[in-house]
Design a protein around this ligand. Structure first.
Ligand code: UD1
Length: 354
C-alpha cells in the first residue's frame, strides 16, 4: 500500500509524526510526504521534523504565505503534477488548514482515494477559514477518520456517516508518545518554568489577531493576569507578532517569547496552572494534561472539553477572562473522550481494510 501525506502547517507535522510511527511498525506500506511550505520558518517547521524524527519530506512545494485564495491556488497548482506521478493508494489529509483544503480538491479531482484525519470537527462558525476547510475536506474525502463519537455525529448529520471510522485522536497518541521526552529533553528556557506556578497563553486565530477590538482586550487580560495572579508565558506566533507590532503592544509583565517546539510546548502545557488559548490543538492538549483551559473564542469544535468546566469559552471579553481565571480551581473531573492512544494504528488499519 502506498500512502501520500500532505502537510504544511505546525499541527499537521505532529499528526503526521504519529502516522509515520504507525507506518514504521508495518511491512509493505510505502509512505511519501508532501510539504506544501505553508509554514516555512525553522521554528514553525524544521524543529518539528527534527524533534519528532519525521522523515524529510519527499516533495517540498515551497509555497509560503499569501492570501487564502492565492496560497490555496498555488498549492493546488503544484500538488497536481506531484500527485499525478505518485499513483498513491491513499492520499492522507490532516486537520483544517489551507494545505488540507488544497490537498482535498486536487486529490479528489484526480480520482485518488482520499482520507481525512481529524474529520467531523465543526465549530458551526463559517467565518473561520478552518471551518470551510474542514467541511470541504470531509465532503470530498472517501474515508473520514474521526477522532471522537461527536465527530461521527456531526458527519452523520451531513449524510457522511457511512464513510466514517472513529479512530481516536492522533494528538492524544502524540501526547502519550512524547510526554516523557518532553520532561527529559527540553532546554533550559522551558525547564526553568517547571517548578513555578505559571499560566501558558497562545493567540493566533485570525478572528483574534486581525481584529484589534478583540486583540486589545485579550492582551489587557494577559497583562492583568501576569501582574496580579501568576506569570504568563506567551509563545508568539509570527502572525500575532506582526499584529501586536501594529497596535504598539510591547510586553509589560507578560513573558513573550518566540514560537517553541512541540516538546517544549508539551512540557509547559503539562506544568501550567492554567492555559489561555484560541488554538484547537492546545485546548485538547490542556485537556489531556488535565490542566484547566480558558478558550479565547466564542465557540469550539472540541465541545467535549467544555464538560465540568475543564474548558471555558470567554471570547475576547476581558472581564469574562479574568472571571474564568478566578474559577479555574473548580475545573474537572476530566474524561477520556479521545480514545486510548492507538489512533495512529487505527488509521493505518482503516486504510488497509478499505
Ligand atoms: C494556520 C492554519 C491554522 C492553524 C495554524 C497553526 C489556515 C487557514 N490556518 O494558521 O488552522 O491553526 O496554521 O499554526 O491554514 N508566518 C510566518 N512564518 C511561517 C508561517 C507563517 O511568518 O513559517 C506568518 C505570515 O505572516 C503569514 C501568517 O503567519 O501570513 C499566517 O500564516 P498562515 O499559514 O496563513 O496561517 P496561520 O495563522 O499560521
Amino acid at each position: 500500500m502506498r500512502i501520500v501525506s500532505i502537510v504544511g502547517a505546525r499541527p499537521q507535522f505532529v499528526k503526521a509524526a504519529v502516522v509515520c510511527r504507525a507506518i514504521d511498525r508495518r511491512h509493505r506500506v510505502e509512505h511519501q510526504i508532501i510539504h506544501t511550505g505553508q509554514h516555512y520558518d525553522a521554528a514553525m517547521s524544521d524543529v518539528f521534523f527534527d524533534e519528532l524524527k519525521i522523515p524529510v519530506p519527499d516533495h517540498h512545494l515551497g509555497i509560503g504565505s499569501a492570501t487564502h485564495a492565492v496560497q490555496t491556488a498555488k498549492m493546488m497548482k503544484c500538488l497536481e503534477p506531484v500527485l499525478e506521478t505518485l499513483h498513491p493508494d491513499w492520499v492522507l489529509l490532516y486537520g483544517d488548514t489551507n494545505s488540507t483544503l488544497a490537498g482535498a480538491v486536487v486529490s479528489s479531482k484526480l480520482g485518488l482515494r482520499t482520507a481525512h484525519v481529524e474529520a467531523g470537527l465543526r465549530s458551526f462558525n463559517r467565518s473561520m477559514p478552518e471551518e470551510i476547510n474542514r467541511i470541504v475536506a470531509d465532503h470530498l474525502s472517501d474515508l473520514l477518520l474521526a477522532p471522537t463519537a461527536l465527530a461521527l455525529t456531526n458527519l452523520t448529520r451531513e449524510g457522511l456517516g457511512a464513510r466514517c471510522v472513529v479512530t481516536g485522536d492522533v494528538m492524544l497518541d502524540a501526547n502519550i508518545i512524547w510526554r516523557r521526552a518532553a520532561e527529559s529533553q527540553v532546554g533550559e528556557f522551558a525547564r526553568q518554568w517547571v517548578p513555578k506556578q505559571f499560566a501558558l497563553a497562545t493567540v493566533h486565530r485570525a478572528e483574534n489577531t486581525d481584529n484589534f477590538e478583540r486583540l486589545q482586550p485579550i492582551m489587557r487580560s494577559l497583562e492583568r493576569i501576569a501582574s496580579s495572579v501568576c506569570p504568563v508565558v506567551f509563545p508568539v506566533h509570527p502572525r500575532t507578532r506582526k499584529q501586536l507590532a501594529s497596535i504598539g503592544w510591547t510586553p509589560n509583565t507578560v513573558t513573550a517569547i518566540d514560537p517553541i517546539s512541540y516538546l517544549e510546548m508539551l512540557l509547559l502545557e503539562n506544568r501550567a496552572r492554567f492555559i489561555l488559548t484560541d488554538s484547537g490543538g492546545v485546548q485538547k492538549e490542556a485537556y489531556f494534561a488535565q490542566v484547566p483551559c480558558i478558550t479565547l473564542r466564542d465557540e469550539t469544535e472540541w465541545e467535549e472539553t467544555l464538560a465540568n468546566g475543564c474548558n471555558v469559552l470567554t471570547g475576547a471579553d476581558e472581564e469574562a477572562i479574568i472571571a474564568a481565571v478566578e474559577r479555574v480551581h473548580a475545573a474537572g473531573p476530566w474524561s477520556d473522550f479521545y480514545g486510548d492512544g492507538t489512533a495512529g494504528d487505527n488509521i493505518i488499519r482503516a486504510l488497509h481494510d478499505r
